[in-house]
Every structure is written in C-alpha cells, then in structure tokens.
Design a protein around this ligand. Structure first.
Ligand code: CTP
Length: 408
C-alpha cells in the first residue's frame, strides 16, 4: 500500500523523535514519498538536516519562512500540502500537540496542516506514562478518535524518565503496518459495487506455438482492478496473457482469445455494476488455426497466407445489452483521437471513454504512467496530465462513481 503514497510526517517534541529517521528510511524504502513537518520543539531532539537528507525533501519547520530564500515557499503551502497527502501521520505526537489538535489550534505549520487536511489523520501518542494516562490527555485522544482520527496505542516498557508503562513509540515495523492498514481502509467509496475489468491483450492462435497478439502489458487494467478493490468494490479481472501479479483481493480469470474473453465477460455482466474494458482485444482471429506446428520447409514459395475473420466486439455487445451497468471503454488512437473516441462512445453505447495515444511519451503500452482524456456522452473532454496508471484508474473510478446509483 505504501508504494507511491504521499505521506505527511508530523514530528513533535518528544524524545522518541530520535527514532523518526529510521521510520522515514523505511517509508522511502517502501516507495512512499515523505514530507516532514516539524514543530519547533521537535528540532531539539532531531535535526531538520538529518530528516531532509533521509526524506530527500526540504523539511518544513516554519509557517512563515523567508519568501526570498526559497521560491518554493508560498503562503498557501499549508493548503497545497494538505491536498497533496494521502495520509498525515504524527509521530511522536506529544500531549501538547494532541491537545492543540483536539481543540483546533493552528499556531504552527503542523497544526495548521491538520486543520486543512482532506486525507486521514493518524497519531502515535508518545510521552511519559503519567502524561499519557492523564485524564485530559485520554479525553483528548478519545475525542480525536471520535472524529475519525486513527490512533496507535503506545508500547509499554521503560521510558526515558526511568519510569515504566505505556508511552513508548511503537517499533518502526508496527508503525509501517499501521499506516499501511489505514491506507487500505480509507476511501472505501465503492463498497457493495461489483466492478468487472478486462485487461491485457488477447492472443489468437495461428498454430499451437504461434499467435496474433499485441503489445498490451495489462498494467492499466490491473491498476483499475487494484484501485477498485482498494475502494471497497468487489473486483473481477478478466485478463489476457500478461506477466503481472494479481492485485490483492481481486478475483482473476485468465483467458487467451477474444472469444474466451467475451464468454467470461458476458457470464458476469448481469451481476456487474461497472464494466471497464481496458483490454486490447484482437480485432481478427485466424480462421481454422493449424493443429500442428506449421513447418517452414513444408510451405511452398516465400509467402504464407493466413485468412482472418472478425472477432466479436465485446464492448459493443455489452452496450446493446446493458440495463443498469456503467460501461467504460478505452480508445487507443494515434490520430484524430477525440473524434474517433466520441464516435466509439456513441456507437458502443458507453457512459465513459478513456482516450490515449500510445505514441506519446509516458503513455501507452508497458509504461507505468499514462496520459489520457476522459470523454462522456455530454460532450465533455477532460484532458489529464501524465499520471501513474494507478492515479488514472482512480480518476476513472471517480467519474464512474458519480454515475452509479446508490440505494440507501
Ligand atoms: N473492444 C472490444 N472488442 C473488440 C475490440 C475492442 O470490446 N473486438 C473494446 C476495447 O476493450 C476498448 C474499446 O473496445 O475498450 C475500443 O477499442 P479499440 O481497439 O480502440 O477500438 P475498435 O472498436 O477496435 O476500433 P479500431 O480498432 O478501428 O480503432
């Protein structure tokens, strides 16, 4: 879950701040981006330079930095960062910071960010045992839990004061698992919906060892299935031959030919709420593929002729059958993209079509990013900048979600 995630790490002034360099190193190793924000007191325990080096980003310590010193500092930075993050985690979270957050104070960058957040907030209360067990601290923690804040209990053991009890910052592995868990749980806005996704190429056999195929890697479809599942949907992925791992909690069905893909899709269409066809379905199949390997020396002359027949258009057949389903198609176009995509949207009776051009740098086959436009029947064309396929998947799901009907 941590890979590619944006984490705002708030560090406040407790002795356990000295453990945060290790946490940052592990988050970065797991593929997360980490933006550290420190309170003034935290800087007494660990230096911003150490944390900037490990997080590979400038550490934010001031609400009003010298604007002339660094052009990246803008006075709306607290809003930008709050929108940027997937989760904000404050570790260690002192009794003082917890109290400020509970009551909505915004007297430094860290607490101001907390107020502006749209993503989940998580805390690791870490302090001496009596401060932790103090009734006010406990009331504040309970109040924050009540507002949906995630709190990890401190570990028990020997504390810096020499006393023993709850108050220690949990081990790094536990903190990582905690954040991972939150990222998985949040944003479950597709719970109860069944999302059917097709992915990858199809292969049309010529003989037992050869086939007609295409360069689709399946990455876009796998990202859609993963994103749908993380958002709480029941995700089924019908995949052509690809070299990708099945995303967690996704039901995968492997197929080879367009006809197999059509059969697998049709069998599950009725129960689906959303169908997203990212598959690069071969438009033609070989008529009567050879049962034995075609031998080079047995062919006369320099040419081999294959007779092809049109494959069914799976998406079009779904468009004709659809009742309540939201249908999303992809259009891969090298020229006249918008016009061709609009025509496909209508011809196949779709709710959304996602247009991309494989010739653009950072788009198309086997890349981890994509550059797409999202088109809808009302004539709207949204051009998105280059994004990871996972982010593109979520943006498609955002559009789909608006079109779904929800029973209350
Ligand atoms: N598609 C399908 N069945 C096919 C061909 C395509 O279901 N036999 C789906 C694809 O999964 C995609 C959409 O239709 O979601 C558009 O695919 P594309 O290949 O761009 O369009 P085609 O209709 O095949 O038109 P053309 O190849 O002429 O551009």
């Amino acid at each position: 879950m941590l890979a590619g995630k944006k984490i705002l790490l708030g560090i406040t002034g407790g002795i356990a701040a000295y453990k945060t360099p290790l946490l940052i190193r592990e988050l970065i190793k797991a593929g997360a981006e980490v933006q550290v924000v420190m309170s003034r007191a935290a800087q007494q325990f660990v230096t911003p330079l150490t944390l900037a080096t490990l997080s590979r980003r400038e550490v934010i310590t001031e609400m009003f930095p010298d604007a002339s010193a660094n052009a990246s500092h803008r006075w709306t930075q607290h809003i930008d960062l709050a929108l940027w993050a997937d989760v904000m985690f404050i570790a260690p979270a002192t009794a003082h910071t917890i109290a400020k957050i509970t009551h909505g104070f915004a007297d430094d960058m860290l607490t101001t960010l907390v107020l502006a957040l749209r993503c989940p907030l998580a805390l690791a209360p870490t302090m001496d045992v009596d401060m932790f067990l103090n009734r006010t601290t406990q009331m504040n923690i309970d109040a924050l839990k009540g507002t949906g804040c995630f709190v990890i209990d401190p570990d028990e053991g020997e504390l810096a004061s020499g006393l023993a009890g709850p108050g220690r910052l949990p081990e790094t592995d536990k903190l990582l698992a905690f954040i991972d868990d939150i990222l998985e749980k949040v944003h479950q806005d597709l719970t109860g919906k069944h999302v059917l996704v097709t992915a990858g190429p199809t292969q049309e056999p010529i003989d037992p060892v050869r086939y007609i195929g295409n360069r689709s890697s399946g990455k876009m479809g796998f990202a859609v299935a993963a994103a749908a599942s993380l958002r709480g949907a029941q995700a089924t992925l019908i995949s052509g031959p690809v070299a990708l791992k099945t995303p967690r909690n996704v039901h995968r069905i492997d197929v080879r030919t367009a006809r197999e893909m059509q059969a697998a899709t049709l069998a599950r269409f009725e129960k689906a709420d959303v169908v997203i066809m990212t598959a690069a379905v071969a438009d033609y199949a070989v008529v009567n593929p050879a049962h034995e390997k075609i031998k080079r020396e047995q062919q006369s002359g320099n040419e081999l002729t294959l007779t092809l027949t049109k494959n069914p258009d799976i998406l079009k057949s779904l468009g004709e059958k659809k009742t309540h389903q939201i249908l999303v198609g992809f259009a891969l176009e090298t020229h006249n993209g918008v016009a061709y995509a609009q025509e496909k949207l209508q011809r196949k009776n779709l709710d959304v079509i996602v247009l991309n051009n494989p010739n653009e740098e950072g788009a198309g086959f086997n890349t981890d990013t994509n550059i797409v436009s999202i088109l809808t029947p009302d004539g709207k064309v949204e051009q998105l900048p280059r994004k990871s396929k996972f982010d593109v998947a979520n943006m498609i799901l955002d559009r789909v979600k608006m079109k779904l009907t929800w029973s209350v």
